[in-house]
Every structure is written in C-alpha cells, then in structure tokens.
Design a protein around this ligand. Sequence first.
Ligand code: NAP
Length: 353
Amino acid sequence: MSHRPLSRRFVLEQRPVGQPRASDFRLMTSEVPALRDGEVSLANLFLSMDPAIRGFLDDRKSYLPPVAIGETVRGMTLGRVLESRNPAIREGALIRALAGWQEISVLGPDALGLEIVNPAAGIPLEHYMGVLGPTGLTAWIGLHEIGRIGSGQTVVISAAAGAVGSVAGQLAALHGCRVVGIVGSAAKAAHITALGFHAAIDYRAGPDLDAAVRDACPDGVDVYFDNVGGPILEALLPLMREHGRVVVCGMVSEYNHQDAPYAVRTLWQILVKRLTVRGFLTYEHADRIPLAQAQLGEWVRTGALRPLDNIHEGIESAPTAFVALMSGATVGKTLVRLESTHHHAHHPLSRAD
Ligand code: NAP
C-alpha cells in the first residue's frame, strides 16, 4: 500500500520536427518516489518556458544531453520545498532549479541550477523566474560582461520584445545607451517603444533590414545583443562600428531546424571591423550574479524596470505555452503557473521567513 503523493508531468512523446506541436508531449500521472538522503521534493509554482528546451528535444548533443523519449521534459522551475532530506535546505524554502514540466520534482543535492531564492517583500513570485531570475540575469551579464556597454553607445537587440530582449533593452536605456530593438511584428514594435526603446524595427515589414538598421543607427552599432542568429546576424555584422561587440546570447531562429543552419555570409566583417563575437552562459558568471541581482531588484522595486510576463495557467497548458513561445507569438517572459500556487500560498510551509 502506498502513501506517496501523485504528481502530473509531461513526457516527450516524440521528437518535434521543425516547429514543435502540443502532440509531441504527453501528460502522465506518477507517484512521487520516497526521498533518499540528500534529496528534496519541490512543489513547483512556475515552469519557465525557454527556447533552450527546444534544443533538449533534438537527439543531438548540446551543453546538456537530449531528453529521452518517455522522459520528463527538462526545464527551469520555481517551487516550494515540500519535504527535505537535505540539511542545507529547509521545508518551505523557495527553490529555483533545472527540474522539469511536473507538479512535484525530486532533486538531489547536485541538481543542475539548484539555488535557494530569498524573495523580497511585495515582489510577485513570478518575477523570480523572469526579470529577477535567469532572464534578467542573462540580459545583465550579456550587456555588461560580454557587451561592455557604456553611456552614449548604440545597442541593437534582436527578439527585443521577448523575455531577455525586453529586459536587455530597458537596462541598456537605463545605462544611457541609445537602444534599437528588432522584432517580428508592428504590435511588438509598439510595445518596446512604450518600454523606452529609442527605435523599433519590424524585420518582417520589408525586405531591407540593412537600410532600416542604418536609418536607426546612422553612426553604426557598438553592441549587437543577438538572440536570434541567422539573417539578422548577417545583416548586423557589416553595420558594426570598429571594435564593436556581438553578444551571442542565443540563436533562436535556428532552433527549430538545427539540421539546416543558415549560412551567415558576412563573417569577414569580424576582421574588417575587429569585432569581438562572444557567446556566454549566464550561470558561468556566478561571481557577478549578486551585483546583477541587486541592481535588477532595485530597478524593479523603483519601477524603472518594467517586467513583462505572459502567464499560462495550469500544467495542462505547458505544451501550448511552449509552442506559442517557439512560434514568436509571445511578448515578455512565458511562464506556466501551476494550480498548486494557490493552495500553497496559504499552506503553512509557504511562509518565506
Ligand atoms: P523570447 O525572446 O521570449 O522568445 C523567442 C523570440 O524569438 C520570439 O518571440 C520571436 O520574436 C523570436 N524569434 C523566433 N524565431 C525567430 C526567427 N526565425 N528570426 C528572428 N526572431 C525569431 O525567448 P527568451 O527566453 O527571451 O530567449 C531569447 C534568447 O536568449 C534565446 O536565443 C535563448 O536561447 C537565449 N538565452 C540564452 C541564455 C544564456 O545563458 N546564454 C539564457 C537564457 C536565454 P519575434 O516575433 O520578434 O521574431
């Protein structure tokens, strides 16, 4: 006879071909296993929808192994510790980790990305999975550590209405940069202009992205914060100023068809302009995270930095939320809020301190 709680989770049903579909995932209910020494169980409050998940679904080695067919889909989550057999983590603690699309996760002490989150009073918890989580930290590390932005410089950001892009643009503007965003619709262009971007370019509006960027950046581009790769990267390289920096944050235009990558034809410009083109993973810059966290927290508290969230309700919505993200339909950070959020908010274990 079992007394273990049940947990719903999404497993990978089949590997997506091109754009993912909801039918690539299957909802299952399983018993949560009994904890072993060192483990904690986590009641997930939010699932983070990230383009990186698309990479885990291909049968291809990346910085992490692929998700196997029938395995729980991997993704960042924010949750409350239900039970702990790890002396460093108490029950009720708020935890962020690379866990999965499931209601309850069991995590060992060396779980990837596991960190204890100490939320500030009055800040909605979802921000710790967005502007005050990996998303905002990625924007900060990319701009400062890789892009080395400075006041008066011109910064161009692609996927500018997205989770990382919308934060990066606001941060660069707060640091006195001239900020130009590249987006995939007129509605997104209006959105980022309202957030304080100095100019917005809809790359789908006309054939000549090159001319549009030239118009918006008559003196060239000091820093290109690249979220997309492909033809937009190709267009930007010749428009960089000498000694400019290309922040290689992601290449989302490639993720749905990694077998047929776009061949960028302007790489010669890296030499002509003596560019620094540098990729990064946020979690490898741990020494800078406390400063980044403090600055982001202060700007959210004062309202100088406006979080954009796009929250889907219930674990059932995870596949459609992910499909929407990967089709360019979303603005801001895409999250799935689990129903358990509501009753855990009143659960005695949920009191933070
Ligand atoms: P997001 O920007 O909210 O969503 C993805 C956006 O990409 C879409 O809304 C779409 O916007 C754009 N896009 C999709 N296909 C495109 C295409 N073919 N051409 C141009 N744009 C396309 O996602 P996010 O979570 O903020 O992630 C942004 C990037 O940061 C991703 O590349 C991700 O892998 C990367 N990232 C890197 C790190 C790191 O540590 N290096 C950490 C987190 C995220 P449009 O409608 O404007 O096209």
